[in-house]
Design a protein around this ligand. Structure first.
Ligand code: GLU
Length: 386
């Protein structure tokens, strides 16, 4: 049989989804597994959102709609981006899509063979595989713990060059929990203007910040002309299974992405869009109470990690992850395997986030306080046993 394409053979499966599936499989086989791996709020989707979807189904929102997204939802999103993110945008600058698909489409739209794309290291598990798919060369941008996991601008200045076409930015950061300061964002913005590269700004965790302010890079100077801003409902509204997010970008980019959307997923299901509309209009207090609960867990989990001899961790300022350095002579993939199979606790190996993540594990605190504490106990035992 003839071979599948080289680019398809080169991309690895998603590390986060692999562990999620393994946890589910081990549970099905009767093992007691605590999952501190995948980044998925444990809360139920707020009731008004669920009700809006049911109503929309009853009212017949079950056919194709505009590939760009329903006009009322795009208007609402544009208003939100204007007010909260300080971006001067209209509905024509918005495309409703699935957030991860939006990263894929944007990368396909901008990158090609011969280009370079700068990706955070450590950075979310899918940025590099998606850039491999485009044929571009990915160049890791180190973000070290001693710098609060913000990227070193000195390093960025060294790696940027005439071939750099795009930089992937993710603040608040998955997996480190860093929330970048204005100084860092301004420096990136300056380099983006000097070297004429796009910024793909993944702001999916914007609502989950603790004592820091989230800044959208597109709001700085003329960055709106060269920034594709990604966001979604999954993390803020506990809507991971609904698969809906949006892109904010200059009109000509949205037009291009719309063509790709038309040729791929057509549109996001309309009853899901109606639910998302209700999320934006009615659920800010739900988001805030989930954020407060995440914050309580963050503080408690960090307190517990602080007592351990086997882990050290930077205090995350956003998202719902602790990126912890472990003290044991084992690589992070083997450690994660050991922890799930021998101690019944799932974590994500730091190495899955790039070479800069080796020596770390990512612990998600998007789980109940009880499970977090039990999970941390198992991690402590599992590492101590080595
Ligand atoms: N983004 C989440 C995580 O890092 C969900 C899974 C995924 O899409 O990678 O765990």
């Amino acid at each position: 049989m003839r071979q599948i394409s080289r680019r398809a053979r080169r991309i690895p499966p998603s590390a986060t989804l692999r562990i999620l599936q393994l946890s589910k499989q081990l549970r099905r086989e009767g093992h007691d597994i605590i999952s501190l791996s995948v980044g998925e709020p444990d809360f139920r989707t707020p009731e008004p959102i669920v009700e809006a979807a049911k109503k929309a189904l009853d009212e017949g929102y079950t056919h194709y709609v505009s590939s760009r997204g329903m006009p009322e939802l795009r208007d609402e999103i544009a208003g939100k981006m204007k007010e909260e993110n300080k971006l001067d945008v209209r509905a024509e600058n918005i495309l409703v899509t699935i957030a991860k698909h939006g990263i894929f489409m944007s990368s396909e739209a901008i990158l090609q063979h011969g280009d370079e794309v700068i990706v955070p290291d450590p950075g979310w598990v899918s940025y590099t595989p998606i850039s491999i798919f485009t044929g571009a060369r990915h160049v890791p941008l180190l973000a070290r713990e001693e710098d609060g996991f913000e990227p070193s601008i000195e390093h960025l200045t060294e790696i940027v060059n005439g071939k750099t076409k795009m930089l992937v930015l993710n603040t608040p950061s998955n997996p480190t929990g860093a929330v970048y300061h204005m100084k860092t964002l301004k420096a990136i913005a300056d380099l983006s203007e000097d070297y004429d590269f796009y910024v793909l700004s993944d702001e999916i965790y914007e609502k989950l910040v603790y004592g820091r302010k989230h800044i959208s890079i597109a709001s700085i100077g003329n960055m709106h002309e060269r920034t594709i801003t990604l966001n979604g409902f999954s993390k803020a509204y506990a809507m991971t299974g609904w698969r809906i997010g949006w892109i904010t970008a200059p009109r000509h980019i949205i037009d291009t992405l719309d063509k790709i959307q038309q040729q791929t997923i057509t549109c996001v299901p309309p009853f899901v869009q109606m639910a998302a509309l209700t999320a934006l209009r009615e659920c800010s207090s739900h988001v805030e109470s989930m954020r407060k609960e995440f914050n309580k867990r963050r503080v408690a989990a960090m307190g517990r990690v602080g007592e351990m001899m086997v882990l050290d961790a930077y205090t995350p300022k956003g998202a719902f992850y602790i990126f912890a350095r472990y003290h044991a002579d084992i690589n992070s993939f083997d450690l994660a395997e050991h922890l799930i199979r021998e101690y019944g606790v799932a974590v994500t190996p730091g190495g899955a986030f790039g070479p800069g993540g080796e020596g770390y594990i990512r612990i998600s605190y998007a789980n109940s306080m009880k499970n977090i504490m039990e999970g941390l106990k198992r991690i402590e035992k599992g590492i101590s046993s080595l």
